[in-house]
Design a protein around this ligand. Structure first.
Ligand code: C5P
Length: 229
């Protein structure tokens, strides 16, 4: 059961700062981290590598159930392995994000990933980063945060992030893709991107990641989540 392990759900659209904030929180609290977007990206990548069509729901479920993935982190460097191959960079491209958004709209894929995601909840606690962490995967989370930011700022953040990783991309293309991905994520019939009823919405426009982390840590204190740890 995951109920005893405290979970902080950090949901929001692309470029809202979820990833940076979640990693920062996990480090500050010394909790585990679930990057659920990476799982959707991995299903799509593994499917492509196995020659499974992204339209083939049964094939995607089989990939989601059988793919061997490993997450590790050394300091600031994350590493993601798929079937013993380092796919850390391949996963971060916008193409991988668009593919993930396509497989994420398939209900059977979401169901297949549910238990895998819940398995990340281990003591002393979990920071769960995604789109439906507070609404579907961990509805019992003690703290649910929904991060937003103005679309232009989200596109700029993604642009900087990708350039820093050496991934070539134009800001105009990125802005278009972000809008497209947001629309698909927000309008899909299953687990659409929207705040859980009991989520605290935080608009990070104009704020640094550190300021957002400080705000969430205040909420963590208020919720009594770290008492005794
Ligand atoms: O967060 P990230 O950009 O890595 O997510 C990639 C895509 O995976 C999202 O655009 C979304 O379609 C999908 N996703 C999802 N549910 C999650 C996390 C990601 O549907 N919990």
């Amino acid at each position: 059961m995951t109920a005893q392990v405290p979970v902080i759900a950090i949901d929001g659209p692309t470029g809202s700062g979820k990833g940076t904030v979640s990693r920062g929180l996990a480090r500050r609290l010394n909790w585990h981290l679930l990057d659920s977007g990476a799982l959707y990206r991995l299903v799509a990548l593994a499917a492509r590598r196995r020659g499974v069509s992204l339209e083939d729901a049964a094939g995607l479920v089989s990939v989601a159930e059988t793919m061997a993935v490993e997450f590790s982190a050394a300091g600031d460097e994350e590493q993601i392995m798929l079937e013993s191959q380092d796919v850390t960079l391949a996963l971060r491209t916008e193409d991988a994000g668009m593919d993930a958004s396509q497989v994420g709209a398939v209900p059977e894929v979401r169901a297949a990933l549910l238990e895998r995601q819940r398995g990340f909840a281990r003591a002393p606690g979990l920071i769960a980063d995604g789109r439906d962490m507070g609404s579907v995967v961990f509805p019992e989370s003690t703290l649910k945060v929904f991060l937003t930011a103005a679309p232009e700022e989200r596109a700029e953040r993604r642009y900087k992030q990708l350039r820093e990783k050496g991934i070539d991309v134009s800001l105009a293309t990125l802005s278009r893709e972000i809008v497209e991905r947001d629309q698909r994520d927000a309008n899909r019939s299953i687990a659409p991107l929207r705040p859980a009823a009991d989520a605290r919405v935080l608009d990070s426009t104009g704020l640094t990641a550190e300021q957002v982390i400080e705000t969430v840590l205040r909420w963590v204190d208020e919720a009594g989540l770290t008492a005794g740890s």
